[in-house]
Write a protein that binds this ligand. Structure first.
Ligand SMILES: Cc1cc2nc3c(=O)[nH]c(=O)nc-3n(C[C@H](O)[C@H](O)[C@H](O)COP(=O)(O)OP(=O)(O)OC[C@H]3O[C@@H](n4cnc5c(N)ncnc54)[C@H](O)[C@@H]3O)c2cc1C
Length: 374
């Protein structure tokens, strides 16, 4: 007889951790399996740590709705549990007429999404707020901010454990097979391969979430679940520029990312990034030859910086559902009952604003799981 558990969550990134906290509230037996030695070693610790306002995505999308809801939940969580953050505000800057028309579109989109504190800035107004930035106009988002993502992850992990969630690290899920009304889940750890039975499987496997869906038997090509990896690198700016900007400074968005932005961290250091380019494999090495590209893009708005002021810092990889040149794709957060897999919940393509949206995503999944146990 194989051991039986109520809910298995695959992946201990911010989404798996937040979901574990949420589901454990219902007194179910919850296990989290993580292939790495501890939580949060992949995308959840390789991002900009920005609390997004919810400006960029279509109003009826999960990305917009869960970002707006997640932002306010996240600020409340940070306040209540002493997780460091700063509601620094963010300005999207425009260099020419074409980009100014983008600011207006973003302003309208933000309002449709329920972000009602946005302010369009003239060049003079922008100069008053950010004297070092050279741009024609700006869009101010006062409720955007930055947080200490490691402390958030650590808090979610501790809270989940307090609620009785079991974490099993260094253990990779390698097989999922539907057996009657349950799933036989195969795992591999340093002692070999073993299996157990779960009533509900929640796939929070980030960059591997398409492969986990495939393991369970979903035709991922047909379902449109195949992921594309889109790398984002960061360069740091010399410490002499610690106070060069007061807020997060973003250009108008590019197709695959939000554009190379200026991020002044909680420690005052300024990072530039992330870039956005598609790759075949996961590797987190920063390619130093990309320095010139970062320099050119930063120099548009801060003309006095020099190439030698930049140093390679870190990289992350976006799990994107859209390939190069393809249009908008929303988060997939689906109970796969209609596909013939009741009890399997897939979260695929949880790229930005996934960190911001995490508490709202957890609630969303929590409701799906609660219905399954009703
Ligand atoms: C460059 C970059 C910048 C970003 N900036 C922001 C930002 O500023 N603000 C924002 O809101 N969002 C941002 N994001 C998005 C955000 O980081 C992600 O949406 C979020 O971290 C996704 O969390 P996750 O838990 O889904 O994935 P992950 O953190 O990748 O966690 C998935 C986990 O699953 C585990 N796993 C995978 N396969 C298996 C298996 N078979 N068995 C067991 N475990 C497995 C992995 O080891 C991993 O730990 C950014 C992303 C990138 C790449």
């Amino acid at each position: 007889m194989l051991a039986e558990i109520d809910v298995v969550i695959i992946g201990a990134g911010v989404i798996g951790l937040a979901t574990a906290c949420e589901i454990a509230q219902g007194k179910k037996e919850v296990f989290v399996f993580e292939k790495n030695r501890t939580f949060g070693l992949e995308t959840s610790s390789r991002n900009s740590e920005v609390i997004h306002a919810g400006i960029y995505h279509p109003e009826d999308s999960l990305k917009a709705k869960l970002c707006v809801e997640g932002k306010s939940l996240l600020y409340q969580l940070c306040d209540k549990h002493n997780i460091a953050y700063k509601m620094s505000g963010k300005i999207i800057v425009a260099a020419d007429e074409d980009e100014i028309s983008w600011l207006e579109k973003l302003y309208q989109q933000g309002r449709k999404n329920g972000v009602d504190d946005l302010v369009l800035l003239s060049r003079t107004e922008l100069k008053k707020l950010e004297p070092n930035i050279e741009a024609r106009a700006g869009l101010l988002s006062p409720s955007s901010g930055i947080l200490d993502s490691y402390t958030l992850l650590k808090f979610l992990y501790s809270q989940a454990r307090e609620k009785g969630v079991e974490f099993v690290f260094d253990t990779e899920v390698i097989g999922i097979e539907r057996v009657g009304a349950k799933y036989k889940v195969q795992i591999k750890d340093r002692d070999g391969i073993s299996a157990f039975v779960a009533y509900v499987v929640v796939n929070c496997a980030g960059l591997n979430s398409d492969m986990i869906a495939q393991l369970a038997g979903i035709d991922i090509a047909k379902a449109g679940y195949r992921l594309h990896y889109c790398k984002g690198e960061y360069f740091s700016l010399s410490s002499k520029y610690r106070n060069v900007v007061n807020r997060l400074i973003y250009p108008v968005p590019e197709q695959a990312g939000h554009g190379i932005h200026w991020r002044r961290g909680l420690d005052g250091r300024v990072l530039l990034g992330p870039s956005a380019y598609y790759v075949e494999a996961i590797d987190y090495v920063v390619d130093e030859t990309h320095k010139q590209y970062f320099y050119n893009s930063a120099k548009r708005f801060l003309p006095f910086i020099e190439l030698e002021d930049l140093a390679p810092e870190s990289a992350g990889i976006r799990p994107k559902l859209q390939g190069p040149g393809e249009g908008f794709r929303d988060f997939v957060i689906t109970h796969e009952e209609k596909a013939g897999f009741p009890g399997l919940i897939n979260l695929i393509g949880i790229e930005s604003p996934g960190l911001t949206a995490a508490p709202a995503i957890a609630r969303y999944v929590g409701r799906m799981v609660a219905e399954l146990f009703d």
